[in-house]
Design a protein around this ligand. Sequence first.
Ligand code: GAL
Length: 945
Amino acid sequence: MSYVEDPGPGRGSVPPRAAFTSDAPSLSLNGTWRFRLSPSLAAAPDPVEADDSTWDELPVPSLWQLHGHGAPAYTNVHYPFPVDPPHVPSENPTGDHRLRFDLPASWPAGSALLRFDGIDSCGRIWLNGTELGVTKGSRLPSEFEVGALLRPRDNVLVVRVHQWSAGSYLEDQDMWWLSGIFRAVTLLARPSGGIGDYWLRADYDHTTGLGTVRVETGADVVLDIPSLGVVGHPAGEPLELPVEPWSAETPRLYDGTLSTVAERVPVRIGFRTVTIEDGQLKVNGRRLLLRGVNRHEHDPRTGRVVSRETALADVLLMKRHHINAVRTSHYPPDPAFLELCDEYGLWVVDECDLETHGFGPLGWDRNPSSEPMWTDAYLDRVRRTVERDKNRPSVILWSLGNESHTGDNLARMAEWVRHRDPTRPVHYEGDHECSYVDVHSRMYATPSEVERIGLREDTNERRRDLPFVLCEYAHAMGNGPGGLLEYRELFEKYPNCQGGFVWEWIDHGLAVPGHFAYGGDFGEPIHDGNFVIDGLLFPDRTPSPGLTEFAKIIEPVRISAVPAGLRISNHYDFVDTAHLRFTWVLEDEGTAVANGVLDVPAVHSGQSVALPLPSLPPTSGESWLTVTASLTSETAWASAGHVVGWGQVPVSAAPARPSPPTRGPVFRTSGQLLLGTGEFDAVTGTLTSLGGHPVIGPRLDVWRATTDNDRGSSPGPSEASQWLAAGLHRMQHRVITVDADGDELVVRTRVAPPAQPFGLFTDYTWTAFDGGLRLRVDVTPDGPVPDTLPRLGLAMAVPGTFGSAEWFGGGPGEAYPDSRQAVRIGRFSSSVDGLQTPYVFPQENGNRTAVRWAALTDPDGTGIRVEGDPTFDFTARRWTAAALEAARHTDELESGSLVHLTVDIAQHGLGTAACGPGVLPRYRLVPQKTSFALSFRPVAGGVAN
Ligand code: GAL
């Protein structure tokens, strides 16, 4: 059998060992290589003897499909090749890579290792004409001994990479299929008498405050930790000493060195102990609440080639958004990422490079997890994971992989891990019985299922007594996730429910001219469309509203209104609030009128204090006190002043305003009705002009451009399919009467879709007052209406010159009923363009909620103003909902000559049905008899309020 289809591990490499640097010479072989792509192995000429002068150039590391060779392809579950394990297609793109290099003059003779940090999916390697071996396990390192083959000048390194290999059956993660040498290539001199491998075990006893350090390595290695006064401590001997522990909140690392006469290795030591006690996952004696994300490695230009800068950008963004944990879905990341997790403080679930999901649709028949021919490959992969990352204090759980069903090979992996590293529990979600894992893990469980687990109602005793985590939840695809608050409440209520990891960190969109591409954009015959666009970050790492919401949900300091004033609760797992400064600002109708500093005693982890409100000056309008907790001084990941928690307390409600006297009556002219500042079409009764500005509508409207969550992914009918089947996107407006007697214009209509017996009786009652119009809308469902509506409100259009929005209400960002924790009440402004959230796959977005009033104006301040009774939601965009629904990429949305405005009394929630539970009952918009009122005023330049 060819090495490509051999289900076993690679061959020829040295045993796996820890990733580390040392003072021994090393040479990066990253750079410009020669490259030739052949359509198959059979068609690929000998790469060793070849003349590469005619080959292309290719950067290494890279993935060749992102450099004009072949094309990316995206599938979630399905293998893009016949499931015929371990065979792969004969048409197996084969990329030959060649590099000529000289050694530095000072390069020592003797042993040297050639290290590849990642080759996707299988590489065969030659140096100076001699074959070194074969590597598989794309996101795992391999090292080959090359000392005897090196020469001072003109070394020729040849790496033949196959897109498909037997290993591809184990690498069916939900991501782009991309190939190449995508992580670093390094030559490492290995001095004789040097440090081949080490395991620096550093535990912490929270009952004594003592740390214990012990180095497992070869003989004659000594440890120095200058800041602890440790000098020349021999390997193998435990050493106990008082230390500050490591945690994600206090990532205290002690710099030290391991040395022999021949080599010095810098080490960074974090003291911490992971335990499972009382059915809870603890570190240093404290229960953890994992406020985590699943992180794939992604860059919109280079794919899974992720630089240290990009990894750092991720870590900083996570820390700044209060995220404290990462699952490295679904493979070990570039080693630099874990070093950064140690340094900045993140709990890590380090996951092995393993997924066989494509066997699922086949009933798991011949699934590698239970076939003996794959056992060695499974063990090889987990060994390489654990050996590489064993020195990272941030790693607190080993994960065997993802979506590979269950089987002996997984059980064998777990057994190996437990034997090799008894200090970290084993995670794997697919072991539903929890027969070989230490943590009960689920993905996308509903809040009620989590509640049952919290109540320990499980009949499986082993599983019932384990800590519970959601390794995936809150699918962040498109607009969403909705419903995060309910999960937080459960994690805080039940000690065994220890949080989870939002799916997922970043959209995997690939940058192409004009937009970000997703599945199908490269002509793939089988693909899963935009299911790869499901992150809290847009592909360019701009935070999405979902991340802003998640950050608010998980903020470590919570400030809430209580009858006595306000409550400050510390939700950190370890630290108190002494590092924070609390400030307040009082806003009257959205304008700051006073501010100050709040004196808050240090609140311990898990504790809270109630405080009276500071003394505040009187206000005349609706006023809110906003209290903010921010960092007193700069940290490694944020500057002083970075906000870690905030809350609002209502101080005074808007004074009751008597309804202004009506200014009738209605006049009829030819074809028009005139009422106050408004002109109406006499036949349809719709407003055509307000204060001389042309307007279209407002009319009842219940449609929104469906979100990924509305469209859902589970087998049953989605909300969107029910709405479409009901015809809610094409309602017709039958005018029953237009009654223009006296001071009121009353327009009675029935709004209903074609082909359906149901409808919504909608009555519009217009009255005029000094300077504007008041509209009352009464909606009465008639007949068998659908179970839910997308929204309930009005749609209208105003001149495109009204491109600036200002409002008093919820902001600054978008919000929906089950995703509105991150908005505060204030006064905000934005351009109409700036109100849009550029979801990679266009869909409903940009809704502003709890709005008291909003004005849309031109650059002179001329426009219209809408006032709620008391509040409404609105969107404003330069295209219709129909255009938004039809668009597949952001650059298909073209601005027209109008601004389309929706003014709503209700929106359906978002939920996370793109993968997981739909909208919870309390956030569903169920049609019922509804009345609401609004006022519309023209505004003249400069007097928008
Ligand atoms: C999970 C899987 C993830 C991802 C997610 C949906 O089942 O583990 O890799 O596919 O669903 O986006």
